[in-house]
Design a protein around this ligand. Structure first.
Ligand SMILES: [Zn+2]
Ligand SMILES: [Zn+2]
Length: 357
């Protein structure tokens, strides 16, 4: 409902008029005066909301331009039932609702004039190789955008209609005793006709939710949990405020062979007993192609070798990590007599010296 009508004041009412009207109505509808009366409580809440808006010059200006939603205090989120209001409604000099909660309203007023729209967060799943390569990814997000129907104004120009409040006369009459008072209709500011209406698509909120598909360029080499910021693709803000940002958190699937530590890649390399004992050159399939690992003679299980520059290209500074290979000695299946004979001989020559304490 129109705040001016709620308070019974004219559009051009002074701050004093508004305060007076509020106090008069608060005395009638205050919950303390009407204990248990839900209708009165609801009415009081609306009156308090109207008063809070119209008594703040800034908010009043916005209300006059954009309608209730731009300036509204969502009174329902902010319970005042628990407070003692008797002070605020007794005597002309008593503090008003707004005075009592000046600091709270201050905070809310600041919160309602956001610098920009809210940030939006989403996740993207990548395979290990996709994360190493990077590249474009398409993401679908539900974001708040400016209402397309009203271009974010919250109101739409409509064919002029007769103001239903004053039946087009531009004047409203009230009777007090034998007196009849008439004043300009507050609904249409005395024009008798209305030229715009709250936008039916967004209900005057200026914003609407929309599902958007965006192509996000994921830089190569990002690890699990890394975040990509996409500027200005968060929620749109009210009153043409700048939009927030979109943050995409990457969820990178583990790889069956490689694991990542920083920009180094780690893998386990199985080598045969004779390779470990005599030394060997083994080719491994690194993500960027074959890499040669030199296994020196006498290598033991658990020893690690580093292949320089064959890890991940750092997304930070472009430097390459290493490929770290951990050796695991594997006994090949010994099936034929000749191999068994050789192993027996190997045992006779070497015994078990030095391998058990
Ligand atoms: Zn009217
Ligand atoms: Zn709209």
């Amino acid at each position: 409902m129109d705040f001016y009508i709620l308070l019974g004041v004219e559009r051009g009412a002074t701050l004093n008029d508004i305060k007076r009207a509020y106090k008069r109505l608060a005395r009638r509808y205050h919950p303390d005066i009407n204990p248990g009366d839900r209708v009165a409580a609801a009415q009081f809440r609306r009156i308090a909301e109207a008063y809070e808006t119209l008594s703040d010059p800034d908010r009043r200006r916005r209300y006059d331009v954009h309608g209730p939603t731009a300036a509204a205090v969502d009174a329902a989120t902010f319970g005042f039932e628990g407070f003692d209001f008797s002070v605020s409604v007794e005597g002309a000099a008593a503090p008003t609702f707004g005075d009592l909660f000046a600091d709270v309203f201050q905070q809310r007023a600041t919160a309602q004039r956001p610098e920009r729209g809210a940030d939006l967060h989403d996740t993207v799943d990548l395979s290990f190789d996709e994360a190493l390569a990077g590249g474009p990814r398409s993401v679908t997000i539900a974001r708040q955008v400016h209402c397309q129907a009203c271009r974010g104004r919250g109101r739409l120009a409509v064919a002029e209609t007769r103001c239903a409040h004053c039946q087009g006369s531009g004047v409203v009459k009230s009777t007090r005793g034998h007196m009849v008072f008439s004043k300009p209709c507050p609904h249409c500011s005395g024009r008798g006709r209305l030229g715009d209406a709250p936008c039916p698509v967004c209900g005057g909120r200026q914003l609407q939710m929309r599902s958007d598909t965006l192509v996000v360029n994921v830089p190569p080499g990002l690890a699990d949990g890394a975040r990509v910021r996409v500027p200005a693709k968060g929620h749109a803000g009210p009153n043409s405020a700048e939009p927030g940002d979109l943050y995409i958190t990457l969820r990178v699937a583990p790889h069956p062979v490689f694991s990542r530590e920083g920009d180094d890649l780690h893998m386990t390399l199985p080598v045969a007993v004779h390779e470990a004992a005599l030394g060997a050159r083994v080719e491994v399939a690194a993500p960027d192609g074959p890499a040669r690992v030199r296994v020196p003679p006498g290598t033991q299980t658990g020893q690690r070798f580093r292949v320089r520059g064959r890890g991940v290209v750092s997304a930070r500074d472009g430097r390459r990590g290493d490929l770290v290979v951990e050796i695991r000695i594997v006994l090949p299946p010994v099936l034929d007599e000749r191999s068994k004979e050789l192993l027996r001989e190997f045992g006779r020559i070497n015994g078990s010296d030095g391998i058990r304490e």
